[in-house]
Design a binder for this molecule. Sequence first.
Ligand code: PYC
Length: 308
Amino acid sequence: MRIIDSHTGGEPTRIIVENGPDLGQGTMAQRRARFVEQFSHIRTTLTGEPRGSLFMVGALLCEPHDPNNAAGVIFFNNAGVLGMCGHGMIGLIVTLYHLGKVGLGLHRVETPVGVVEVELLSPNRARIENVPSYRFAKDVSVDIPNFGSITGDIAWGGNWFYLVKQHHQVLSQDNTLALVNYCASIQQALNDAGITGDDGSAVDHIELFGEPSDSQLADSRNFVLCPGREYDRSPCGTGTSAKMACLYEDGLLKPGQLWRQQSIIGSIFEGFVKCKDDKLIPIITGNAYVTMDSRVLQDVSDPFVNGF
Ligand code: PYC
């Protein structure tokens, strides 16, 4: 397999661009199901040690179901597959440009949760029009062992998020271990309490908010824990979408109004929302850079050939 690595606001994306598993025909949702059933070892090979680590987000580049679209993609990480991935989509389009497969301008990319419109603004900057996003539930309280009761909103931005404003945690890069443990306790408590999204799926992304490092640069800073104890180094495209959906529903963000979301390492996504056919569409802009172009070698005598 040939893989290309990039990072978007510090968060890596490792894309299989050649010789990946053949998932046959069908929608990205159907092909993702086949990937889960038959090719988990590919996922662990790329995102597990020794080639990857907790922080690695993988992606499989696919031929689109609809030939009018530029590509299809399935995102995954150390814990399983993802629905959409905002930082990954920006990394994907920058990678396709690097490969000479797309030019600057508008493209449509299929994901398991819908088609995403991506505009490549320059070789390293892209704007994505995400899937419709919405808040499912406001002020949902849950008891966290050792921390007490906390309250957050449940929103969809291409993945399910629990968004917490009042958490008494320090959002800084040197506190990430404590933040991971805190958010993992929330993930577990939501799961134990049977709190899910409106489709019954786990609310598996936890997002904390605080003040940005500089209010001239950003409106808010976040910390996002993804499934598998991986925290997003970028401001999280789907998490920023979920956040903007909540702000919109609270009357705090108007269509077209700029929202600048800063990540735990200081990188920034710019976003706004628009209304289309009674749906709220988040638009996110960020930068990505290609960092590596390599081939995966697998020695059958290696006891950890498929990662761990
Ligand atoms: O940017 O949407 C995102 C994302 C999801 C998981 C990691 N990054």
